[in-house]
Every structure is written in C-alpha cells, then in structure tokens.
Design a protein around this ligand. Sequence first.
Ligand SMILES: O=C(NCCCCc1cc2cnccc2s1)c1cc(-c2ccc(F)cc2)cc(O)c1O
Ligand SMILES: [Mg+2]
Length: 206
Amino acid sequence: MLAAVQKNATRGDPRSVVKAIDQFCRQKEWAMNVGDEKGCILDSVVTEVNPATVLELGTYCGYSTVRIASLLPSNAKLITLEFNPDYAAIARQVIAWAGLEDKVQLVEGASGDWIPKMKEKFGIETFDLVFLDHWKDRYLPDTKLMEECGLLRKGSILLADNVICPGTPDYLEYIRNSPRYKSQYFKSHLEYTKVEDGLEKSVFLG
Ligand SMILES: O=C(NCCCCc1cc2cnccc2s1)c1cc(-c2ccc(F)cc2)cc(O)c1O
Ligand SMILES: [Mg+2]
C-alpha cells in the first residue's frame, strides 16, 4: 500500500494519497481503511464540526488520519493512537507523503493506557471530535473512560466506524439509550464491499 502511495500519489497532496490507497484496496488487496464511501461521511462530519482538537483511535495506515487532517484549520491538533508498531511506521510515512505531519501527532500504544494521560502529556482540555476505529470491544469502555477523564465537553462529537460490521453492539446499546448522548446512524457499506456497515455520530450533551 505504501509503495502504491509513493508511486501514484503526489507529495503534499492529501487527496491523491487517499485516491491511491482506495485504488490499491479496490484493485489489489482489501484493507481495513474506512474507505471512500464512509470516508465521504467522515469528511462531511469533520467539515461540519470544524474541530480544533481531534482524537483518532486506530490509525492503521493513516488513511482516515489524512482525510481528517486535510480538512482541519491550521491551528488544529489531531492526535491519533495506534497499537501496532508496524502499522504506525507505515502510517507515519503515509502522513508525511501527504505533507500533514505538522497537524498530526501519532502515538503508539493502547487507548486504555493513553486516554488518562491526554491532558498532562498533550495539554489537551477536551476533544471536539473523536473518531473511534480501533478494537471494537474497546469503543464502550474507552468512551466511559473519556467521560471520566473529563475529555468530553457539551457538544463534543463521537464518530464510530464499523458499528454494524464487525459491529459494536454494547457501544451502540449504550450510546443510543444514554440520556447524555444524541445519536444518529449513517448507513453505508463496509469499505470496498457491498456488505452493510455504518457510522454512528453521537453528540455528548454534558
Ligand atoms: O478491527 C478493525 N479495526 C481495528 C484494528 C485495531 C487495532 C487497534 C487497537 C488499538 C488500541 N488502542 C489504541 C489504538 C488501537 S488500533 C476493523 C476491522 C474491519 C473488518 C475486518 C474483517 C472483516 F471481515 C470485516 C471488517 C473493518 C474495519 O473498518 C476495522 O476498523
Ligand atoms: Mg474501521
């Protein structure tokens, strides 16, 4: 995938990086990027929120990192967590090829370990937008952890990938029934396939 980006995408042009990855995943081998269809929904939410601080849980190869960072205002900060060092190494190069390294801070490690340290380590008060795309059984515990750590403010937006496939049933049940959130489901498809999937957008009400 990285070779495809370096071969087909233009340095400093995030859109060409996104296009090169999507072409590779459609023509050569499937990969678990959010993809072009759900990616457009992600783009519209990022544009609407116009966030100053973003947390991405699950960098993978940096596809959604590039999509989000390319839409952020100049002073905005995107922190992205990746557990797998090999994926992180690829993501750093993809983000650099897109010319977005100044907007992105990639941190290696587990969400459960890093979320409690966000304030002290990165001087973050609260996140305006959180994109959940990591272990599907960590969406719920990490959302509760972010609440407990005071990382969400009235109006913070959570956008969760894969709520249908692979699925995050406990997260959906919680977020759709909690009086502290207003949720909306965006029906789509699993990246590069016809299988149903979707994004769940939730506003924290404080
Ligand atoms: O597992 C998925 N994404 C998570 C990778 C987790 C690694 C991390 C854990 C962790 C912990 N702390 C901090 C950072 C991180 S990053 C995933 C899987 C599919 C899929 C796979 C097969 C299939 F047949 C159908 C769908 C589709 C998707 O869009 C996905 O996102
Ligand atoms: Mg995903």
